[in-house]
Design a protein around this ligand. Structure first.
Ligand code: FES
Length: 123
């Protein structure tokens, strides 16, 4: 449970407040560690915010928020694996990253931190 952030219930799911909407821009992904197992990168594309695990599965490095972003794709700055920030799919090879449900309400970004998807493996 995340106790230090305001929370709301939407559709029976708990969303916790992340930040002001203006803090996630197209040019500036945001990195927040909620709990030890929820290290999250937020990206804005075409005025929609998406959240994925910030941890590159290749070497378990917490770096994706510092990767190169091109459209819906972020490239890990360490060894170049590429991930779709909408689906979490690994566009190169191997395990993808978890995605998280995100909402924008009242000028804030909210995340369902316990609604993470299971990463898909690309053969
Ligand atoms: S740590 Fe990301 S590609 Fe190696």
């Amino acid at each position: 449970m995340i106790t230090d952030r305001p929370a709301i219930m939407v559709g029976g799911k708990e969303y916790v407040r992340v930040c002001k909407s203006i803090e996630v821009s197209t040019r500036s992904p945001l990195h927040i560690e909620f709990e030890i197992e929820h290290d999250v990168a937020f990206f804005r594309m075409e005025n929609v915010v998406y959240a994925i695990s910030n941890v590159c599965p290749h070497k378990r490095a917490s770096v994706l928020s510092t990767g190169f972003v091109d459209g819906a794709v972020v490239t890990c700055p360490l060894h170049g694996r590429r991930y779709n920030v909408v689906t979490g799919e690994n566009l190169t090879q191997g395990r993808g990253v978890s995605t998280y449900p995100v909402l924008e309400l009242d000028g804030y970004v909210w995340i369902n931190i316990h609604g993470a998807s299971t990463p898909v493996i690309t053969p």
